[in-house]
Design a binder for this molecule. Structure first.
Ligand SMILES: *[C@@H]1O[C@H](CO)[C@@H](O)[C@H](O)[C@H]1NC(C)=O
Ligand SMILES: *[C@@H]1O[C@H](CO)[C@@H](O)[C@H](O)[C@H]1NC(C)=O
Ligand SMILES: *[C@@H]1O[C@H](CO)[C@@H](O)[C@H](O)[C@H]1NC(C)=O
Ligand SMILES: *[C@@H]1O[C@H](CO)[C@@H](O)[C@H](O)[C@H]1NC(C)=O
Ligand SMILES: *[C@@H]1O[C@H](CO)[C@@H](O)[C@H](O)[C@H]1NC(C)=O
Ligand SMILES: *[C@@H]1O[C@H](CO)[C@@H](O)[C@H](O)[C@H]1NC(C)=O
Ligand SMILES: *[C@@H]1O[C@H](CO)[C@@H](O)[C@H](O)[C@H]1NC(C)=O
Ligand SMILES: *[C@@H]1O[C@H](CO)[C@@H](O)[C@H](O)[C@H]1NC(C)=O
Ligand SMILES: *[C@@H]1O[C@H](CO)[C@@H](O)[C@H](O)[C@H]1NC(C)=O
Ligand SMILES: *[C@@H]1O[C@H](CO)[C@@H](O)[C@H](O)[C@H]1NC(C)=O
Length: 611
């Protein structure tokens, strides 16, 4: 009975966490998706089977990003078994619209109307989508917060066509993160207002409201264990490294001037015969020597550039062009392949900073992130590929690029979107939530070193000068340091568990103190607890650094298990964030309700159970 009490208390607490105003963090799926990833996606629930109780119907994972309509795949998508006998879209989940009583697929009189037609999917048409789709609105539920009348395009049937002319099934829908308008309004006489998840939370959110109509996102990497990060009304400052460029958006798109692309090495020796190579964007195409406007778009998977640019990069890599796909396959038998994708080699994108012609921001995408995998149904066996797609269509930097970049936008007032370097797999991933202020929107980066967030992943190549005349390679950095990385991560997990209990105890202490005095500025208490948590982590990871080989073995035995452990550890960290908030909720939400549960005891008892 006592345990039930504790469980109830925790349950109530976690409900309360959802109710605090402030930036809102989205939950990512613990699965990853293909067929050209692995990519990460966020979890939402579409539709509801009872308008009173808002019983959610279909849990689906969607690629977040893009603007205006969200594109939702219906459960009829896999009815066409000629296209594929296997329903690949089942992995992310399909929307069973028959079960939803809140669906409105009749009111909006604007194409597409449900007959076969081309369908825009992101800003490039390099891989056109042909589909039977229809406009609609329905509820979307994010972590217990229902959002009504979300602007949707429902896809009943459809496929995407690769350059070889073959049709391949669609697998994952997209979740729009707003538009320059609060609502998309349809109809001449009778106006139908459709919402977006972040515009609704900002404008009509009430107790769930977010501070601005904005978001900040780093999609991370499933294969390298960089968790996804998406905040609405704010961003995670630890996902922003160094300079931030802000520039105007255009309708719903994020254009930016790309001046050049280059190859480089962050530390140690080079995999090539030169330390760096610039001029790859305009190589062999004089019309691009002064730059090219590209659109950054998380709903498209690849990096879409004119053939000459992709070819110029590919000429420096052990890859072969595959005209069937418009992509390049890595030649895994070439020793240069392993050298490039495991060393600190990167592809750098030099952009105009703040829309200026004489200021630059460079985003470095390590080749470790550009070793992506094509899977069935695109290919029969998993094939590592280099994600540059040669196209005459709109040049787009898609998810392949965004694995290494932070993007954000503030839709109202200033109308700016933000671009910055994002961290690598050795970052701490302790969420450091920052608010995007609606009147003075800006994103400020953390001062962490980008190289440090990759150090343990990289196998540094010897510098030519360190190979001495007597033939001994003096460079000690040539051995992979993967074990350390694991330790750091385990350190974070253990640290956060121990730290979590401590922090909770602290918070509860604070709460009790707070009950005695008047409510005060919440922010400084928050920063204290975050600091405490970090110090714990550092100490813990130092403690754990000794038995390198043991951890290495564990890692080698079951890398997947490792990844999941890490993921749950991170959830733990994320939970700390919101849990700090309800304290203030509790304060003014009637203490009698919560009175019976003695907070400090509850926290120490229930913590292990939650892990
Ligand atoms: C993913 O999450 C679901 C529930 O959210 C859980 O049932 C499942 O076991 C998790 N899978 C892995 C591999 O962690
Ligand atoms: C709604 O869905 C829930 C769970 O998915 C189910 O238990 C309930 O019976 C459904 N209600 C209706 C009216 O279909
Ligand atoms: C099923 O998919 C195939 C392959 O794309 C297509 O040719 C066919 O017309 C589709 N059938 C239906 C009923 O949509
Ligand atoms: C609207 O959705 C319902 C339920 O899925 C479906 O039966 C109906 O055919 C749809 N109507 C149109 C016009 O697409
Ligand atoms: C849509 O919003 C406008 C205000 O922007 C309002 O005048 C109109 O009545 C709304 N329409 C509906 C159907 O709620
Ligand atoms: C947006 O749509 C919602 C839901 O229909 C409505 O309540 C709200 O007034 C609309 N806001 C604007 C600015 O049109
Ligand atoms: C590129 O290499 C040259 C030497 O070839 C070096 O002088 C220059 O600093 C390098 N640039 C960068 C950005 O590393
Ligand atoms: C050269 O670049 C322009 C864009 O600036 C592009 O339209 C054209 O197709 C490119 N030519 C080749 C041969 O790639
Ligand atoms: C490239 O990626 C694949 C799939 O994630 C992985 O198995 C392989 O080890 C990677 N290659 C190298 C050299 O790291
Ligand atoms: C190689 O040279 C380094 C110094 O240049 C020296 O320390 C080392 O002992 C030498 N090794 C052999 C095997 O001669």
């Amino acid at each position: 009975m006592i345990y039930l009490g504790y469980a109830l208390a925790i349950f109530t607490l976690s409900i309360q966490t959802v109710q605090c105003t402030g930036p809102r963090e989205m939950t990512w799926s613990n699965k990853s998706f293909g067929p050209d990833g692995p990519w990460q996606a966020v979890n939402v629930i579409v539709g509801s089977n009872s308008s009173d109780l808002m019983q959610p119907t279909s849990a689906v994972a969607l690629y977040p990003g893009g603007s205006w309509e969200s594109k939702i795949l219906l459960s009829t998508l896999c009815d066409n078994t000629t296209l594929s006998p296997i329903c690949y879209a089942d992995k992310a989940g399909l929307f069973d619209s028959d079960k939803s009583v809140t669906l409105d697929n009749n009111s909006i009189q604007l194409p597409p109307y449900g007959s076969w037609d081309d369908l825009d999917w992101g800003y490039t048409k390099a891989v056109p989508v042909y589909a039977r789709a229809r406009r609609a609105t329905d509820w979307i539920n994010i972590q217990g917060t229902p959002i009504p009348e979300v602007d949707l395009i429902l896809i009943r049937a459809g496929w995407q066509t690769y350059p070889n002319g073959r049709a391949y099934p669609l697998e994952v829908g997209t979740l729009s993160l707003g538009s320059p308008e609060l609502n998309q309004t349809f109809g001449a006489s009778i106006k139908i207002n459709t919402t977006f998840i972040n515009s609704y939370l900002y404008d009509q959110g009430g107790v769930h409201s977010i501070p601005s109509y904005s978001y900040g996102m780093h999609i991370g990497s499933a294969s390298l264990g960089i968790p996804g990060s998406l905040h609405m009304g704010g961003y995670d400052q630890s996902r922003v490294i160094g300079d931030v460029s802000s520039q105007s958006y255009n309708s719903g798109s994020f254009p930016i001037e790309l001046f050049d692309m280059s190859l480089g090495v962050a530390e140690g020796g080079s995999a090539w015969s030169y330390p760096n190579k610039t001029g790859l964007l305009g190589h062999g195409n004089s019309s691009m020597t002064s730059g090219l406007t590209v659109i950054v778009d998380p709903t498209n998977p690849y990096i879409y550039l004119p053939q000459s640019s992709c070819d110029a990069i590919a000429a420096e890599l052990p890859v072969t062009y595959q005209p069937d796909y418009g992509l390049y396959f890595w030649d895994t038998s070439d020793p240069q392949y392993k050298k490039i994708v495991t060393s600190p080699s990167y592809l750098a994108f030099k952009f105009s900073k703040n829309s200026l012609n004489n200021e630059y921001i460079t985003i470095k995408v390590p080749f470790a992130l550009l070793n992506l995998t094509l899977e069935a149904p695109l290919v029969e066996t998993p094939t590592p590929y280099f994600p540059c797609m040669a196209t005459n269509s709109t040049p787009v930097l898609g998810r392949a690029f965004l694995q290494a970049a932070f993007i954000g936008v503030n839709w109202l007032h200033s109308g700016k979107w933000f671009l910055a370097q994002a961290p690598g797999p050795d970052a701490s991933f302790i969420v450091n939530t920052a608010t995007m202020d609606e009147n003075n929107p800006s994103v400020s980066g953390s001062s962490s070193s980008w190289e440090d967030t990759w150090k343990r992943q990289w196998v540094v190549l010897p510098k030519p000068s360190t190979i001495t005349t007597n033939g001994t390679d003096l460079n000690t950095d040539t051995t992979p340091n993967i074990g350390l990385s694991t330790i750091a991560k385990i350190g974070i997990i253990v640290g956060s568990v121990v730290g979590g209990a401590l922090v909770l105890a602290l918070i509860c202490g604070c709460w009790i103190r707070r009950r005695r005095r008047q409510r005060q500025d919440p922010t400084d208490e928050d920063s204290h607890t975050i600091l405490d948590d970090r110090n714990m982590d550092k100490r813990q990871s130092q403690l754990l650094e000794a038995p390198v080989n043991e951890w290495k073995q564990i890692n080698e035995l079951d890398p997947d298990l490792q990844r999941y452990e890490m993921a749950s550890g991170q959830c733990e960290i994320y939970e700390l964030g919101p849990e700090k908030k309800p304290i203030f909720e509790l304060d003014h939400k009637g203490t009698s309700h919560f009175g019976p549960f003695e907070l400090p005891e509850r926290s120490s008892m229930s913590r292990p159970g939650m892990v």
